[in-house]
Design a protein around this ligand. Structure first.
Ligand SMILES: Cc1cc2nc3c(=O)[nH]c(=O)nc-3n(C[C@H](O)[C@H](O)[C@H](O)COP(=O)(O)OP(=O)(O)OC[C@H]3O[C@@H](n4cnc5c(N)ncnc54)[C@H](O)[C@@H]3O)c2cc1C
Length: 632
């Protein structure tokens, strides 16, 4: 929708109807991908077709908005009901001259008196429709026109939902918590997130960055609210997943029991397909099991959530590495489709002299964490140096403190401002006595008798920004120095280690699998791929979402259906809205953190969760910024 006939988006009117030349077509209107003749949403009304039936669009918009109206402050629910009544009467040829002015008064009353962001903003586009398409509404009243009776397409989103890779219904589950309905809240979360306790502890929570409250006082603690729903379930006798649909004949094979594989398995099972996951390690969970340490994600939380998935009838074959992938063999074994979700488990090389020598005391970060999580004993040496500035480097360093290393140092080539690790992780590391040497990098591993004794390093300065936007580190000539250390852990990223494939499944220059971004199908029909092995190292919630989408893609493939056409509203500013009411400042609730002095020597969880009363209190801060969009 690059050229519009009409737009009132965010109050800026562009009117190109009647061939009127309008210079400013680059107005602030959304440009959804896919074919859209007209749309109505929280920001206004947009039509690419000058003959679009706006009264019918408005009627459908009100019907969808009514579903979101919760009735708590009643004004919005009663107002929308009344608007629907009036339009219904008009459609039956029983309209009156005063209908339009009455509708305008109702919209203004609802916007001014609703308590949540949805009620305050949702009805503005109705005012635009009446103002700019008045003749069409009058034609309805006089009986010259009828509503077209069509069902329009619609979607519901919110700034937080839009930022969530899995599009969780965040205002919905928060509202249930607010009303003490933890069990139902968890049921809603589980629809798109099969590992709620895991995600509630470890998610990178982009939703909180998008939270409208961020600019008022503080973002809602969305991640902790999700955790509260999952913890409530664990403490009150876990509820199983819903029952699978009618059993289907087809079976699906999945390689890798990480979040992507588990999400796909769960969703496919719910649809009634038989599912087998082949997993090379002795534990399921992928990086959530063998990457993330226990002090951030206790193993029993993950085990519990995997058990629930297994109880649905998902078979997980552990210790079963698929070295060579033969689609023919899998088909012979009765599998009709395959999902490759093998993650990225190969630590990247730092590219320095000595790292390929196999010195004792030199290890990559993912192997170090995997060994530790699989219970392989790691003897704490005196000093350990961790190379890298991301969350994996921080996990290695903070684990070393707990294993008993006395001196833990991170070496990072840029400054603190460019460090990719989250602030929470960096603060935690500093509290635990870990030192960070910025603007430095090792250039050579020093060893004696095959064992690491130190590293030759060089200082760096920051040059011009590189393609990532961060300033490029440049070595400072003559600034070499030596650091004595007993162990070096290289944590500068991971790449996938793909099984050999006998198919035409394509790979990229980064060694990831090529897959369609929507359906996750590969070049080979019936073979799908997702998670880190497609995206490169990313996050748990992104992997879960790819698992969900793969399940949809696989089901469509097995049913012989074409994937549904996608209309995307990505890039449309959801936070910008007309009619934000007054919000009373109210800071987020705090949770207790384990005393830093008690953290070394054990892997006890650092972050405490909300108790139920704190969770309901925090949930009350939600502004319920739902946005409804209807289009044809
Ligand atoms: C140390 C660390 C900490 C992290 N912390 C966070 C965090 O706090 N928050 C966050 O959101 N993300 C975090 N991540 C990223 C997150 O863990 C990954 O993005 C996510 O796990 C990817 O899921 P996946 O299912 O694609 O792959 P994985 O979780 O890697 O799972 C892939 C599975 O496939 C198995 N497999 C591989 N090859 C084969 C084969 N040939 N045959 C059979 N099985 C095979 C593997 O053993 C593994 O179990 C972290 C990653 C690491 C390394």
């Amino acid at each position: 929708m690059n050229k519009v006939a009409f737009s009132s988006w965010n109050g800026k009117v562009v009117d190109n109807r009647n061939g009127k030349a309008e210079k400013d077509v680059a107005a602030n209107f959304p440009a959804p991908g896919g074919k859209v003749a007209a749309m109505m949403g929280w920001g206004g009304l947009v039509a690419s077709d000058s003959k679009a039936d706006i009264p019918s669009l408005t009627f459908n918009y009100l019907k969808e908005a009514r579903k979101i109206s919760c009735g708590e402050c009643s004004v919005c629910m009663i107002g929308i009901d009344r608007l629907l009544d009036i339009m219904g009467r008009m459609a039956d040829g029983k309209g009156s001259k005063t209908d339009l002015s009455e509708m305008q008064v109702i919209v203004k009353q609802v916007s001014a008196n609703s308590k949540c962001s949805f009620g305050q903003s949702a009805l503005y586009p109705v005012l635009d429709a009446i103002k700019y398409y008045k003749a069409d509404f009058v034609a309805l009243i006089t009986g010259e026109k009828k509503l077209n009776g069509k069902e329009y397409q619609s979607t519901v989103t919110a700034p937080c939902m839009d930022a969530c890779p899995a599009g969780l219904d965040i205002p919905g589950y928060i509202e249930l918590i607010k009303n003490n309905r933890f069990e139902e809240s968890l049921g809603l979360i589980r629809q798109d997130c099969v590992l709620p306790g895991v995600i509630g502890r470890t998610c990178t929570h982009p939703c909180e960055d998008a939270c409208v409250r961020k600019d008022i006082d503080e973002s809602l603690s969305i991640r902790l609210l999700k955790r509260a729903a999952a913890d409530f379930d664990l403490a009150n006798g876990a509820k199983p997943f819903g029952a699978p649909a009618k059993e289907k004949e087809e079976k699906v094979a999945i390689i890798g029991a990480g979040p992507a594989g588990l999400a796909a398995a769960c969703q496919l099972r719910l649809k009634g397909y038989g599912v087998t996951i082949f997993e090379s390690l002795p534990h399921a969970g992928g990086m959530a099991a063998v990457g993330i340490p226990d002090y951030r994600l206790p193993a029993d939380v993950l085990t519990h959530e995997i058990d629930l998935i297994k109880r649905m009838g998902v078979e997980i074959k552990l210790n079963t590495k698929i070295e060579k992938l033969s689609i023919k063999d899998l088909k012979k074994q009765g599998y009709s489709a395959l999902f490759v979700a093998v993650g990225a488990h190969q630590g990247n090389r730092i590219g320095v002299e000595g790292e390929a020598e196999g010195y004792e005391g030199f290890v990559d970060g993912v192997k170090f964490l995997r060994d530790m999580n699989l219970g392989i004993k790691i003897e704490p040496a005196g000093k350990v140096m961790i190379v890298g500035g991301g969350n994996v480097a921080l996990d290695c360093a903070r684990s070393c403190v707990r294993i008993g290393f006395k001196n833990v140092e991170i070496i990072y080539r840029r400054s603190q401002a460019e460090m990719p690790a989250s602030d929470e992780e960096t603060e935690g590391a500093l509290e635990e006595g870990i030192s960070i040497r910025f603007l430095s990098v090792p250039v050579k591993i020093i060893a004696k008798n095959g064992k690491v004794t130190g590293a030759e390093c060089i200082k760096m300065k920051l040059g011009k920004p590189d393609e990532s936007g961060r300033r490029r580190p440049v070595p400072v000539k003559g600034s070499e120095f030596t650091v004595k250390t007993d162990m070096i852990i290289a944590a500068i990223g991971q790449s996938p280690e793909l099984p050999t494939m006998d198919t035409k499944v394509g790979t990229t220059a980064w060694g990831t699998v090529e897959a369609d971004p929507v359906t996750l199908t590969t070049q080979m029909a019936g073979v799908f791929a997702g998670g880190d092995c497609v995206s490169g190292p990313a996050t748990l919630i992104e992997a879960l979402n790819m698992g969900n989408r793969a399940a949809e893609g696989i089901a469509a493939y097995l049913n012989g259906n074409a994937p549904a056409e996608q209309v995307s509203f990505a890039g449309v500013d959801l936070a910008k809205q007309r009619g934000q009411g007054l919000v009373v400042n109210n800071a987020a609730a705090d949770v207790a953190l384990l005393d830093p002095k008690k953290r070394s020597g054990g892997f006890e969880e650092v972050e405490g969760g909300f108790i139920a009363a704190q969770a309901t209190q925090e949930a009350r801060r939600c502004l319920r910024c739902y946005r409804v969009v209807v289009w044809e």
